[in-house]
Write a protein of this length. Sequence first.
Length: 612
Amino acid sequence: MSRLSIYTKDEAQKTVEGLYKDVERRIQASQPGICPIDLSVSFLHICRSQSCGKCVPCRVGLVRLEEEIQKILDGNGTMETLDVIEKTAEGIYFSSDCAIGFEAARMVLTGLKGFRDDYIEHIQHGRCSIVKKEPVPCVSLCPAHVDVPGYISLVREGRYQDAANLIRKDNPLPSVCGYICEHPCETRCRRTLVDDPINIRALKRYAVDHEGEIPKPVCAEPTGKKVVIIGGGPGGLSAAYYLARMGHSVTIYEQRKQLGGMLRYGIPNYRLPREVLDKEIDAILSAGIKVHTNTSVGSDVDVRDLKANYDAIYICIGAHVGRKVGIEGEDAEGVYSAVEVLRRIGDGDKPDYHGKRIVVIGGGNVAMDAARSAVRLGAESVQIAYRRRKNDMTALPEELIGAEQDGCEIVELHAPTRVETDENGKVTALWVQPQIVGDIKGGRPSPRDADMPERRLACDIVIVAIGQGIDYTRLAEESGVSIRKGGRIEALDTSEIKDMEGVYAGGDCVTGPATVIRAIAAGKVAAANIDEYLGYNHEITCDVELPPIRLDDHEPCGRINMKEREPSERIHDFDLMEYGFTEEEACQEAGRCLHCDHFGYGSFKGGREEKW
């Protein structure tokens, strides 16, 4: 009888597993702008090395596929080569025995469809069509293209005012973004190749928290041109800031009592303190911007009068209307939209939820904000009903974790079916249908009804947080702007509205609900294009001398994350939840930057004062 022994990894296996982790890090840190065909052939080579070689499609087909794609990269391919690649990939996809083969072929077929123009460019001209305009990953992935390495180096030197000024060259709301930005700049940070991405948002917050008084914006000579901004959210404020700095006379019309848009009426104080928001807005308005609040364009002000009295119009009304679920009983007393609840809180009119059982429908950041706010308003219990899995929620992972820490219960894979009411029409429960995950569509598994009975979630209040719409009726009727499918204003990438001279639109009312930094970027782009339309070519510059490049940043070092107040303490108030860095933490984290703006492709940028 043979003896069994416990399996122990040998040194070779340990090393291979470590190399796999290195490859994972390289893929995670893959920057925008790389050649997609080169990347595809590299992935294909990995797939080929994983093949067991049992079936011919894998053993022979993947080798042949890689050779044909490499032929195109070497400048020896033709349009016939492209046909061979497609037919070979299809053959492997339909005949391979296992996932290694058919998934490798699927990847090639997806690439042929998704970036066919790049294949053709290589065949016809022997070059890649990708233009490396912003080769620094963090700068490229920031919608506003803020000079991230620049201000990180200034934080490292303790020059916080200069760091904040450098940010404001491209983003006039650095404090807001330091507190609540979704930090897309961190997703492809090359520091991931060494250990973990730099905590860019935390360093931004440290800079603005320690800059002192915000300096008054320096404006160009008055041009005599007048621009009106319809909407005082982050996009409108950004456009107004840059247009005012260019010397134009700017007026903002805002429907609500105060400026800020969803920054004030959608993000709770425990994430973005109102005093921080107000300070930043006051600094923007100090550029000489006129403001009319509590004024609805289309009702209180005629759009035709604005067209007659202003040289250009920028529409950025945001998305402030809560969407309905479309279930029985959703108009009952006790059913509210998350937008409505958060707006009340933003205006200081906090509802009393003491002793109330709350169910929130949705799985995004707004749902988490509504649920966590309900806890702070004294709710007896808070459940979050979501028709997909927890892993498929669109909320940031830290928001989801924070909601659970605050005491919210996630009821995943349960789709709302109807609202139950009592004889007085008040909510008593939300009925939900258990779901089972199904086919993957759009990157996420689509749920379907499970063979299980409905479940009753007893509650007093239902808060709906499944997205926001745009209230454009009167504005569209009077201005003549066209509305496309989905209820969004139709505008070009330049923010211009086709066939409407001098009228621009941007932000959530064009793209649908998006992030704060995207709204800021839209306002910045609109300002530059309006300036050009008015006959000018102003450039916003920042005369900040950057520190010399350091060479002591290559040793692996752990990422520092910001700490939070204990859940048992923070759930009783709306005070700021997240602690900022200490000076020691900020200095160490800033010291991890690899200076991609100076080395590699970053050295080809051609200076930091590029035109937008």
